[in-house]
Design a protein around this ligand. Structure first.
Ligand code: EPZ
Length: 449
């Protein structure tokens, strides 16, 4: 099971029913940082990346790149990555097994080096997560791809060692497959057209990063991407987009505690579906400036149905957090998860807090209750962990959440940012019972593991 970070015995103690207030700064997007870091492999010159969040997953991607021969220097959220001397084309299983996104190196490594050997990422807590769309697309560009002993062996036959442009239709607008194939096509011979491509803002951010290195990509942000291959790419200095999922998580923290809060920097359009559903649920959203919005809570939380879909639909990465809000609504709502087959595991933990939720296949029916009560709960995956923190903020009494290894994969300084807004939330070391290191100290200490 990949994305299975080492268990962490520290817990979060969350005292609910404390109003929040003020502004929270949003970090760079995890799902942009990871793929843009992999994209560095396309270039043979040093590049600088900015606004990179301090997350366990980011440090794991750095470990994969270092194992391939990339030299890395980091100062706060600014990273210098030098891929000029790639020495290996096989990514080590022990690192890949902890980070599914490390599979994203297959496209750039193959396109640049003509060969790539990447362990299959395998399934994770939220689903089987197959990669056949990535593989089929690379084969369409002329690569020879074999899966043996749990590793994907990809190589470009012939002496020219360049992929060939191709017309590729994706059966599903997979974010990862679109990113893998778009990166591979930047160095291919001729044009590649990816139809039914993913339109997520992180895909567009990757495209803009590749274009900043000299790639020729048209149709960014649309369902059809056209990439005209070039012989090589050059150095760049690129800042990634803010994390729309982190911003959405904080907006729900405001709604569930009936608090007015503001978040920035963000790109409001990237949160279109989330904002629409928060308004339907009774909150007011004010766009204060091009990169800053505030949430003003309503008197009641209105029961609201959501269905997760590829962008610009409602993001699956916000489903658990929105469900937390619906547990306290004034009626019955339905949450339908259409993107991942096993992403309702947080329901059992909500029920421990007194929520009234029934699951039928990929649907959850939530009957709102007047009050949740704090309880010991276990996080099962990244977004479920954030949702349990939100439920804890809205609950009466103390919630004790374990499974923090999931949270630290994708949220930078969550408890510190919430404390700054007025939340009562503390990380406690599971062994000593003392106040534990903060999330970023933990990230730093995990870097070496
Ligand atoms: C990215 O995962 C994100 N991860 C996920 O965020 C996010 O939930 C997902 O996109 C959807 O928005 C990163 O960017 C690192 P997909 P990815 O390929 O690329 C199926 C988080 O919480 N599929 O769009 O793996 C797949 O099984 C994480 O930050 C195939 O069947 O998502 C899934 O059901 C979780 N075959 C669906 O498509 C394939 O070859 C969507 O997957 C590829 C995907």
């Amino acid at each position: 099971m990949s994305n299975s970070p080492e268990a962490d015995n520290s817990v979060l103690e969350i005292w609910g029913q404390h109003p929040l207030a003020g502004h929270v700064s949003i970090s760079g997007a995890k799902n942009s940082a990871l793929v843009v870091m992999a994209g560095i492999l396309l270039c043979s010159q040093p590049c600088r990346l900015r606004n990179i969040p301090n997350l366990v997953d980011v440090h794991r991607m750095a470990a994969v790149l270092t194992a391939l021969g990339v030299k890395i220097k980091q100062e706060d959220d600014c990273w210098e990555l030098d891929p000029s001397d790639i020495s290996h084309t096989r990514a080590p299983y022990e690192i890949v097994s902890k980070l599914r996104a490390s599979f994203f190196v297959i496209g750039p490594l193959l396109a640049r080096m003509g060969v790539a050997r990447i362990p299959l990422p395998g399934g994770c807590a939220i689903g089987a997560r197959p990669v056949e769309l990535h593989v089929r697309g690379l084969q369409a560009m002329g690569a020879n791809v074999q899966i043996e002993h749990g590793t994907v062996h990809a190589c470009i036959p012939g002496i020219r060692k360049r992929l060939q442009g191709a017309n590729i239709y994706l059966d599903y607008p997979s974010v990862g497959a679109t990113e893998t194939l778009m990166m591979a096509a930047t160095l291919a011979e001729g044009d590649t057209v990816i139809d039914n491509a993913a339109q997520e803002p992180e895909v567009a951010d990757l495209a803009n990063f590749c274009r900043a290195m000299g790639a020729r990509i048209r149709g960014v942000g649309t369902k059809t991407l056209t990439i005209s291959g070039v012989p090589s790419l050059h150095s760049t200095d690129y800042a990634i987009v803010p994390d729309r999922i982190e911003a959405g998580t904080f907006l729900i923290a405001g709604a569930i505690t009936r608090s007015k809060i503001s978040v920035s920097p963000i790109v409001p359009e990237q949160l279109g579906a989330v904002i629409a559903k928060l308004q339907e649920a009774g909150s007011q959203i004010v766009v204060e400036s091009p990169n800053r919005i505030s949430l003003i809570p309503g008197d009641e939380i209105q029961a609201t149905d959501i269905q997760t879909l590829p962008y610009p639909g409602f993001p699956t990465d916000m489903q658990a957090q929105f469900m937390a809000l619906m547990t306290l609504s004034n009626g019955s709502s339905m949450v339908t998860e259409t993107v991942f087959e096993n992403r309702l595991r947080h329901v059992a933990e909500f029920s421990r807090m007194g929520a009234n939720v029934r699951v039928n296949g990929n649907c959850a029916i939530i009957q709102g209750v007047p009050m949740l009560s704090g309880a010991p709960v276990m996080a099962t995956d990244l977004r479920a962990s954030a949702a349990l923190v939100l439920a804890g903020l809205g609950a009466q009494g103390k919630t004790v959440m374990s499974g923090l290894q999931h949270l630290d994969r994708g949220y930078e300084q969550l408890e510190r940012k919430l404390t700054k807004l007025g939340a009562r939330i503390t990380r406690i070391d599971g062994t000593t019972g003392q106040v534990a290191e903060t999330s970023e100290e933990i990230t730093a200490s995990r870097r070496s593991r």
